[in-house]
Design a protein around this ligand. Structure first.
Ligand SMILES: *[C@@H]1O[C@H](CO)[C@@H](O)[C@H](O)[C@H]1NC(C)=O
Ligand SMILES: *[C@@H]1O[C@H](CO)[C@@H](O)[C@H](O)[C@H]1NC(C)=O
Ligand SMILES: *[C@@H]1O[C@H](CO)[C@@H](O)[C@H](O)[C@H]1NC(C)=O
Length: 500
């Protein structure tokens, strides 16, 4: 859900922007500053040695390289059942940690499907950041329970995707949420390192914790910066499978059925282009673009051109004054930190409560933070994985695997906007590009109260269902929070491979 990170993406915190991590906040700059500062990205930032060598320095020392734990080794696996007292979920739950190396351990929380856990698919959910805890999804968006506003307890979520699927929430990379590293030195600092860790996590989890689920239909779903995480993870798994096949060794990975990217960052340039489309070209009657096209009248067209140029800046200006949230154009943003502080506050209150920690079997001394800002800034400052597109990885997944890909987007998300998402989906180099581009968007519907049909947004996909897109009306960056019934219907249809 939260996306400090996205923001980091479009406006890397290191470069100074309006939404900075709490402790690193610098004076707001306007987007022209942002563009000039952006030029600095070609210079060597602190700690960066040479991208090709992937060498990063902490206090002058290279970050240590570690061997992953072999799947067969059961070292560092913790399993802790929890119940309704910690999450009013309506189904069985398990939590725990899986070490991926001697120094890094990932926290997971598994919820059985409320319907038919033995046969239902398994969704593995990640939030973004980089550095955001996936319990945002688990406890404020699509999970089986939501943390109450005061952060004291939870409430049953009747729209949870656990109505039709088993769901696993994973805090990653190590250092995020309840996931740990022996010290900060080991925090993953690139998508490549995080992907290698996650691949180890999956192998060990299916070997030691959820062996029965390896044969279920597995769907990797994530929001926001997960547009970098998941394509990197799947590309890593493809690499590892290819290498093992060359060596004549068996494939240790379960089959992945699909990847779902939700308000996800895949290419910042497309998002940036999309903001212009969103404020100008998508609103042709308000900006005067339509009138210009029809009249071809000089002053009319000049006025439209000037309006469009001013509109985007005007929007950012409103966000700086706290009058608009970049996560949801419909909302104001009174806290100005993240426009999401009500979510962060309830998470941090709930997960630092001694009663919660004790129910989760975690030491009283545990300090939970919804976002690890140190990880967030390292990713921007060192590796630039907040600005390197994952387009080629998405193409490779479509071409080299049987994984289906769904991209959905809230229509009120300004940062990761629908226009920008369609932009990258239309330039994606793969064999289905022409077919996908040529398809028209069609409305999709779901059943609301009293089975009344409600328009959920617009959609299109290739005929074989390999690549699909859906927009969500009346939803911002955290679409399952804004439109829980619509998202429940959309994702259910997707995992059941049904037309909406
Ligand atoms: C697992 O990782 C944690 C750090 O997160 C470390 O403290 C612990 O020693 C590791 N355990 C094993 C058995 O590797
Ligand atoms: C963190 O780990 C590294 C590598 O083992 C070690 O050199 C460093 O001293 C540790 N830092 C702290 C604060 O313990
Ligand atoms: C939530 O409330 C229930 C009673 O409804 C209680 O048993 C449980 O301990 C509470 N959970 C926490 C984390 O305080």
């Amino acid at each position: 859900m939260k996306l400090l990170l996205e923001i980091a993406i479009l406006a890397p915190p290191a470069l100074g922007f309006l939404y900075l991590p709490r402790h690193h906040r610098q004076p707001a700059v306007d987007s022209r500053d942002f563009l000039t500062k952006f030029g600095h990205i070609t210079q060597k930032p602190l700690g960066f040695d040479a991208r090709n060598e992937q060498t990063f320095l902490i206090a002058g020392q290279p970050v240590p390289k570690e061997d992953p734990y072999p799947a067969d080794d059961a070292a560092g696996i913790r399993i802790h059942p929890v119940d309704e007292r910690v999450c009013k979920s309506g189904s069985r739950q398990l939590t725990g940690h899986v070490n991926v190396t001697q120094h890094k351990s990932l926290f997971w929380w598994f919820h059985e499907s409320r319907r038919d856990p033995k046969n239902d698919p398994l969704i593995i959910w990640l939030n973004g950041g980089p550095g955001a805890s996936s319990l945002f999804g688990g406890m404020t968006e699509l999970g089986p329970c939501n943390i109450d506003e005061d952060g004291k307890n939870t409430t049953y979520n009747k729209y949870s995707w656990s109505n039709f699927a088993n769901i696993l929430f994973v805090d990653q990379p190590a250092g995020v949420g309840f996931s740990t590293a022996t010290n900060d030195t080991y925090f993953p600092y690139t998508a490549d390192v995080a992907a290698a860790d996650f691949s180890t996590f999956l192998r060990r989890l299916f070997k030691h914790v959820l062996p029965d689920y390896a044969s279920h239909k597995i769907h990797l779903m994530g929001e926001s910066f997960a547009g970098v995480y998941y394509p990197s993870i799947l590309a890593k798994i493809l690499d590892q499978q290819q290498r093992l096949a060359e060596l004549g060794l068996p494939n240790p990975f379960p089959k992945i059925e699909s990847m779902v990217l939700a308000d996800a960052l895949v290419e910042w340039a497309s998002s940036k282009l999309g903001t212009y489309r969103t404020v100008c070209i998508s609103r042709p009657d308000e900006t005067g673009v339509d009138e210009c096209r029809l009249s071809k009248d000089g002053p009319t067209c000049m006025a439209a051109a000037e309006t469009c140029i001013k509109m985007e800046e005007a929007f950012w200006d409103l966000t700086r004054k706290g009058k608009r949230s970049p996560y949801d154009m419909r909302s104001d943003c009174p806290d100005r930190e993240l426009c999401l502080s009500s979510f962060s506050d309830r998470m941090n209150t709930y997960f630092n409560k001694p009663a919660t920690l004790s129910l989760l079997g975690l030491p009283e001394t545990t300090k939970y933070m919804d976002t690890n800002y140190e990880i967030n800034s390292r990713w921007s400052d060192w590796a630039f994985d907040t600005v390197i597109p994952t387009l080629d990885k998405v193409s490779r997944i479509l071409e080299e695997s049987s994984v289906r890909v769904l991209v959905y987007n809230g229509n009120s998300d300004f940062l990761i906007n629908t226009a920008g998402v369609l932009e990258w989906m239309h330039i994606l180099p793969w064999s289905g590009n022409g077919e996908f581009r040529s398809r028209d968007l069609q409305p999709w519907h779901y059943a609301g109260e009293n089975s009344k049909s409600i328009k959920g947004g617009m959609r299109k996909s290739t005929k074989n269902g390999k690549l699909a897109f859906a927009s969500i009306d009346r939803a911002g960056h955290m679409a399952p929070f804004d439109q829980p019934a619509a998202l429940e219907a959309l994702v259910k249809a997707w995992v059941e491979d049904k037309e909406l």
